[in-house]
Design a protein around this ligand. Structure first.
Ligand SMILES: [Zn+2]
Length: 141
């Protein structure tokens, strides 16, 4: 299960819409509590492919994001990218490029009228959807 705040969710959707027709991508960091991943930070990284169908994260920005996570004592939880015109499920390329079976792969699809965000676990080409919960901010509790 992955828990993300409403603010982080809205930021990712807004960024995805802003970059249409190209895909956006980035990293997610936070805490792991048992089998639950709690997203605290979202890192938007440059898609060096500038493509509607592919993404490659800028290497220097990845390095900076990982450094920031370490400084904030956060764990890398996974990554996200957008599908501007295709459904919210990993493409064949996404599966091929999914080397980290511990990571969550979040996909935002803008193919329908309403944006859809889903999270996946990908291991040896097998995709399993994970429960994704969008939670209000702590201050709203
Ligand atoms: Zn994809």
């Amino acid at each position: 299960m992955v828990i993300i705040t409403r603010t982080a969710y809205n930021c990712i959707i807004a960024n995805a819409i802003q970059h249409v027709p190209n895909e956006i991508c980035g990293l997610l960091a936070g805490f792991i509590d048992g089998t639950t991943k709690i997203v605290r930070n979202v890192y938007f990284l440059k898609n060096v492919d500038h493509s509607p169908a592919h993404f490659t994260m800028d290497v220097a920005e990845q390095f900076d994001a990982l450094k920031d996570m370490r400084q904030q004592h956060l764990v890398m939880l996974g990554n996200f990218h957008s599908h501007p015109a295709t459904p919210p499920r990993p493409s064949e390329e996404d599966k091929r490029m999914a080397y980290d079976s511990v990571a969550s792969y979040i996909i935002v699809s803008l193919a329908s009228a309403e944006p859809v965000m889903k999270s996946f676990h990908i291991e040896r080409g097998i995709t399993t959807e994970e429960k994704l919960i969008i939670r209000k901010e702590k201050s709203d509790d």
